[in-house]
Ligand binder design. Sequence first.
Ligand code: GAL
Length: 997
Amino acid sequence: MRLLLVLASWLNIYLLSARAQGTNLTTQWPLHDTGFSDAVQWDHYSLLVNGRRTFLWSGEIHYWRIPVPEVWRDLLEKIKAAGFNGISVYAHWAFHAPNNATLDMTSGARDFGPIFDIAKEVGLFVTMRGGPYVNAETTAGGFALWTTTGAYGPLRNNDPRYTAAWTPFMDEMNKITAEHQITNGGSIILTQIENEICCQRNSDGTLDTPVVDYMVDLQENVRDHGVVIPIITNAPNMDTRSWSTDYLPGPGKQDIYGLDSYPLCWSCNLAECGSGSASVAYADHFDIVSPTQPSFMPEFQGGSYNPWAGPQGGCPGNIGPNFVSMYYRHLAAERITMINLYMLYGGTNWGGLATNLISTSYDYSAPIQESRILGDKFSETKLIGLFFRAAEDLVMTDRTAFSTSVATNPLVGATVLRNPETQAAFYVARQSNMMATSTVDFALNIATKSAGNLTVPAFGNAIRLVGVQSKIIVSDFRFGNNTLVYSTAEVLSHSIVDGRSILALWLPDGEFGEFSILGGSKKREVVSGTGGGFHTVGDNLVLSYKQQTTQSVLQFDDFTVLLLPRSLAYTFWAPTLSKDPIVTPNNVVFVNGPYLVRSVTLSDSHVVVTGDIANATALEVFAPAACQSIEWNGKTLSTHRTSYGSLKASLAKPGLDAATLQKALSLSGWRYADALPEADAAYDDSKWVVADHQTTPNPTQPLTLPVLYADDYGFHTGVQIFRGRFTGEASGANLTVQGGTASGWSAWLNSDYIGSFPGSASAVSGTLALSFANATLLASGENILTVVMDHSGHDQRDAALNPRGILGAMLLSSSNNTFTKWTLAGNAGGESNTIDPVRGVIAEGGLHAERLGWHLPGFDDAAWAARAPAEGVNNATIAFFRTTSELAVPEGYDVSLEFILSSPAGSNLRAQLYVNGYQYGKYVPQIGHQIAFPVPPGILNVRGSNTIGLSLWAQAAGGAQVDVQWNVLGVYESSWDPGFDASALQPGWTPARLEFA
Ligand code: GAL
């Protein structure tokens, strides 16, 4: 063992020192494969898919957070349009396994096979991350919720009870993965087991056998099901150093080691994040832990989740376009060639999906917003994505660490990446202080293959960085048959049309750029916009220019250069003719103008473009000469050809806009019913579960008996209602109730309200001594204490076993009186419910209205009184409101809609919003922050009727009111149709619900 350790570290040192000496190591780095297939291979530099080197630029999306398969296509088209070539997908064990005898891979979004098919059709690779544990800010981190009782041990080890629990799920996951892997013609190229699991070794260096055996079991399960692609791991930080084949010997190693990183954490106060360049020195880490593998980040900060009580909308200021500019370029600077942004599209914690840290939104301030809207962050991400796609030489580089010596301004430096085969180099420039906000100008000392050492720009004004911004300055950059000796403007993309290259460069509007073309004798002409000054330097031709606010087009003998200001680069697209995720320039067609371009195809004399617009837009397509006209979303446009050969047309203002749609929407006709009959002592709960356990497998023991942990009785999500009986004298009750952070609870004695714990963003449980002084004890017969607990989700990791429910319940009584019986209601039928497999057990809780299906389409509320949630209730109770709302979005339009909930200042309430039977919003104003709840098509019927429900739980004696309004976020004329038939996703009310009173 010792010998192996020594050998391994010797190998590391040898390879590192060889590299430090600048030795050309292209032949020294081994090429690996899984041993089961060579379809996906890897070495020190990058991943190879079917023999082709690939820069993996991928983003995370969770099918279970957008449970509408039709919408996956919209999102994947947007992802592809931004230049990505991959997505990564966590599964969710609890979503598929409501109880330990059921695995549902077919109902609604549980049949997630289509996401792989769409990825294939759109041209994206997939990384499958099946779990069984994922984290993801979802309830219990994705563990099947029935494993949170303690009956399966502490989880994430080799305990046979846990192994038996996860095996059927991973069997199914791996069967599906095998079916969709690249060797079977599918899109999946990598599969991850577990997530962030620590560690292979104990702190004394010995193997952590229970964890290692678990990893080996998971790996064997993958291979037993015929999955032949690489297995990856995702390390939580740079300290754990586990599971890498290059680092220390021992079992449990997986094919490709990965590291995740969130340098700006999840606080708006960056001082809390401990960030700084030391924490992002990834290259040094990979050099030690995985030198023979590509440097890989299965998760890098795509945004940040919005914790309870955080500001509305998260902290977009910190992780917006500037963050993208700096940090995504920094990943390249660290020589990372496999990157997945977590999240690229966040989605929604509908139903019971959230862990108790967060509320309904999982917008994540991600590049694609929860509402599916594309803002500046998306555009900025697209700029770097298109560059990664165009920069062929980036897949194999050696790195010289960041240094200020290459820049003429001491505040600025660059990391140099150089391709050992072509000598193409990438200077990733930034200020030394990554968070500096000052504007700095500099020139760069570069070493080129084609023109020797240069200081650039040579003629024009300096290169500029405005605050948190990074630029990649290329040298010896190949495009088609031509070479840029260097460019201080950034490369956006490269296309070859009719054998001729078009190179797109971009700069922030008004900045100065300079590029040099190898071969100075080329003819050149400014055919549109303004050029700058041409200079011949030796054999090369240099253009120095100021970026105008319009596009300039320069024509050279055998290629064209487009100079784009950032504002136009944001509306610039480079769709591909081929659906191969590895894009070659002859498959790229440049299109400028629209809000989104989804696809391009060539048909006879047309170039056929699909996409979305929000406003009147000029449309320019750099299509082959054979194309005479542009067809946009099925309509042939009046098209003219420019002097430089592109096609131009205009797209008229869409007939529908957001303001018009907003005016047409209203919510009225609300009806209301009391939704807390359980508080009445006479309520018949004879069908409820009797909570009488005297022991629990949970490591946390209850304060009093019986055990009132809801999970022990098969209820794992949503509101839970406990009814305790007693006779005789008592002056009050002492209760400790644990629903998780941001949860709360209320209690009634024989229908009289006796108090509430309103909750807070930090308290996981609430203890109250409740007085019965203002309630009426029954002289004879049983008194009923009704406790309603809101459940904000299970904790993640080891804490998933933290119980939810009543931890302790004691009567305050001089005669030692105790409760004689407890009954409990959670979601209809508990974990064994089969009443609604489409939405699933995780979708609902145990509110009276939910158990009886009042939230569902088709429930008959004709007998209910007319009353709006804004009128609310005037005592501490729970009420349910319903209405229907017709939407008639015309064909050809996509819309982003949300609901805004509001209430008078100082309210204490808990409200849940239901849209066509899906709980799509949880509003707790005393905790904050979420007031806006986007709802996607498929949950909403944009051409049809919608059943809107609202549960209103007033946690104050004076009652509560909530106003509910539509808000139109965006209207787009679109080739993507949101008006599909979603009836299969929206099963309606059935009389079977009556069983669950
Ligand atoms: C990572 C984890 C993800 C997610 C993320 C924060 O550490 O792997 O599952 O929880 O943090 O959003």
